[in-house]
Unconditional design. Structure first.
Length: 536
């Protein structure tokens, strides 16, 4: 599985070919992420239609790289840069030399318009709201087929200047004449079709992908879901299945696939939740959605003492993952024996396999990015991993098809080893309690302020650094805690999320006042790259 496309190396092209093989498609769309807060929504809209969408780095990918990949279409997102005084890094030859159908959104539209000779200016007034869009019925009808007059979300201070007669006008809003335009293979919209406030945005994406790019060989979640259910039904009929259930999106999707597959049979399904290094709200979330259900028997196992024993003296992130895996496997094997299970199921993704150094065999060296807790454990009974050919987004689409609650599908990603890799040095009972308590406060305040659901991932690190502190008339030292929140398209790249100062200050005050042993609380401003999302 390729992360962000940064160039047409042999390794990258091999990874793209492998992903196409998995998806049974010859088509892909390159999405140049220009830093928009909505980029992940674009990615989801494309993936939802069964189209292979690959995020591209605009600062590194050249016209030669795009030519080598030969995408069916290109999408260039919006972003914070300004074409009239802060042009973003991008090989503008991509617009002119390749003749590949291209959809520019907001800044992306301004980029190709500027490259083709149009002027981009500061608008008389910004548009950061829902506006009424009116289609020019004399213009090209393919991109805007079925649109007419509708509501769109505008979020821009610049715009393509009036009077660029070489472009075909497709539609306007009250303050923006060129709210949609075309020049040959280049299409642009000043609004954001990826946002739900744009009422007919779904139609625009389908018009571009199907009508303009001509992509027909898709990987529909509906077909994939039914295929997986049918295969599982043949495997598990009247058997006993043990599911490692974390309550995250992946294991929750597997749970609902198994539910569908077991319907009308004598299959017994047990969900095993292992607590101890989880987030403070994880257990309650699992109990809420899976406890007391007639189709699955939920078993909660408190492994806190086992984890602490296995982690004694362990300091590196990799060693912590190895220690966590040993406890994880031991408990599951005990439950396999207790329930006489015939199969064990996990929510392992293709991404997990590849990052752990597994995946499909190729002649290229495969690096181990991090050792996932749910890969290559070699259980005593056959293992079911129905999502091991999926990445996160199409796994979620499959989950929607089989009725997985949206709240489970959109929970923030979290590493299998949980709090362990976020505690520097040896994991002790005191540090674990501090990490869990601080994470609970951070999550509570982000949720209360309405930001938690907008964040791709947030977390908190207990460092080995100390800071002097004062409490009343006394003084001492305490641990330095560093927390982060990021926005991302798919986790391959990320930018720090703009948490308002008042929310950050509230989190710092509560952590310092409510938890013992804290000397200072800091916020991490680095994105990925150069940092990773997880601080390890």
């Amino acid at each position: 599985m390729l992360t962000t496309f940064t160039g047409a190396t042999d390794e990258a092209l091999a990874a793209i070919a492998e992903e196409k093989r998995i998806r049974k498609t010859a088509s892909l769309v390159l999405l140049f992420d220009m830093g928009s807060q909505f980029s992940h929504l674009i990615f989801q809209k494309v993936a939802k239609r069964g189209v292979f969408c690959l995020v591209a780095d605009p600062a590194k990918v050249t016209v030669q790289d795009v030519r080598a990949v030969n995408p069916k279409g290109i999408i260039v997102s919006g972003g914070p840069a300004s074409m009239h005084n802060e042009p973003p890094p991008f090989d503008m030859r991509i617009f002119d030399e390749l003749q590949i159908p291209t959809l520019g959104i907001c800044l992306g539209f301004q980029m190709w318009a500027k490259a083709m000779g149009a002027d981009v200016c500061r608008a008389d007034r910004g548009e950061y709201c829902v506006e009424t869009f009116t289609q020019n019925m004399n213009g090209d009808s393919v991109l805007l087929d079925g649109i007419g007059r509708t509501s769109v979300l505008q979020s821009h201070g610049d715009m393509v200047e009036r009077g660029n007669s070489f472009m075909q006008l497709l539609g306007s809003t009250g303050n923006c004449e060129f709210a949609a335009a075309r020049q040959n293979h280049l299409y642009g919209v000043q609004f954001h079709p990826e946002c739900s406030e744009t009422v007919l945005g779904e139609r625009i994406f389908e018009n571009f992908l199907g009508g303009i790019c001509g992509i027909r060989d898709r990987f529909p979640a509906t077909d994939a879901a039914e295929t997986k259910v049918d295969l599982l039904r043949k495997q598990i009929k009247d058997k006993t299945v043990l599911l490692a259930l974390s309550g995250g999106s992946d294991s929750s999707v597997v749970a609902h696939l198994l539910k569908r597959a077991a319907f009308g049979t004598k299959t017994k399904l047990f969900g095993i939740y292992i607590k101890g290094v989880d987030r403070p709200d994880d257990e309650a979330n699992v109990v809420r959605y899976f406890g007391g259900q007639p189709w699955i028997q939920l078993k909660v196992v408190d492994a806190t003492e086992d984890f602490l024993a296995a982690l004694k003296g362990v300091t590196s992130a990799k060693e912590k993952r190895v220690a966590m895996r040993s406890v994880y496997k031991k408990i599951l094997e005990e439950k396999i024996a207790e329930h006489g299970a015939d199969y064990i199921a996990q929510g392992t993704l293709y991404t997990d396999l590849v990052e752990s150094g597994h995946g499909h065999s190729t002649g290229a060296r495969r690096a181990q990015i991090k050792l996932h807790h749910n890969t290559n454990l070699q259980f005593s009974i056959p293992e079911l991993t129905p999502l091991d050919d999926c990445v996160k987004d199409n796994a979620r689409d499959i989950g929607r098809r089989v009725g997985t609650p949206e709240e489970l599908l959109t929970r923030q990603p979290f590493p299998g080893p949980g709090m362990l890799v976020r505690i520097e040095g040896e994991v002790t009972e005191e540090k674990l309690a501090l990490a869990r308590g601080a994470d609970a406060i951070m999550t509570e305040e982000l949720t209360r302020s309405g930001h938690f659901e907008k964040i791709w991932q947030s977390g908190l690190r207990v460092t080995i650094s100390e800071h002097t502190k004062s409490a009343g008339d006394d003084a001492g030292v305490g641990a330095v805690l560093v927390w982060f929140a990021v926005s991302s398209v798919n986790g391959f790249t990320a930018r720090p999320y703009p948490v308002p100062d008042e929310v950050r200050f509230k989190i710092a005050d509560r952590i310092g006042n409510e938890l013992r042993g804290v000397g200072a609380v800091c916020y991490r401003d680095s994105g990925k790259p150069y940092s990773t999302i997880e601080a390890e």
